[in-house]
Design a protein around this ligand. Sequence first.
Ligand code: GUN
Length: 287
Amino acid sequence: MTAEVIYGSELAQSMRDNMKEEVQQLKTEGIVPGLTVILIGEDPASKSYVLGKQRASEYVGVDSDLITLPESTTETELLTLIHELNNKESVHGILVQLPLPKHINEQKVIETISPEKDVDGFHPVNIGRMMTGKDTFFPCTPFGIIQMLKSKDIKIEGKHAVIIGRSNIVGKPVGQLLLNENATVTYCHSRTKDMDQFISQADILIVAVGIEHFIKGDNIKDGAIVIDVGVNRTKEGTLTGDVEFDSAKEKASFITPVPKGVGPMTITMLLHNTIKSAKIHHGVYNR
Ligand code: GUN
């Protein structure tokens, strides 16, 4: 079997075009979705993600503000800034780019952002809402993955979804969203014994470990749906995923590439959440 490739880049573009129209309409009603991104320090990967967020916001018409702060910023300074943004009317979404310098407590920062402006979906209130099957801001990468599956009319219900990786940003929440869609979910991680046994059973395999070509075609079930969340830099300086694409493509029914796969969807769902937050704020969500 040769898999159909799911290009997140194409889905992201069509969703952004729709959002652009929606934002134009909202602006005629005096509603301007506003996002503030905070970047601390000089991490090159974080800088590049943040640049992507700025460009996409501009395209869609979201009013995006980037605050860059030095590595030496204290936790108190950051928390004070978040309190200010929580109280600022024009800001509907606050995103603090992770990871943070070691002297800042990440969880404290996440819990200081108002759940109503937590467009990352990382606040315990929003995680709790997601876990109980309520509408909320869903974490962007997992939410993007669900959109990619749905865009291809892939039935999730009853499928065995195996998640490799248990981060708070991707692994744990994507398992929860798949469970909400009635999948049977297995989490694998660095302490899992005989991981191959689980991988070979996966109807839907989500790989988010950050190890170049951790999964190969030999490992996966015929017809599996393979979602590669990894972004790894090769020795040659190009980007590659956690899945060996060429061999996996010959076994899978659907597969996502790296780049042009999950990555563009993450930013798209951030914009979606920001627009949703603005609509909730102005009482026009679900009209
Ligand atoms: N760092 C890597 N991914 C993310 C994300 O989705 N949100 C934030 N805030 N930081 C990240």
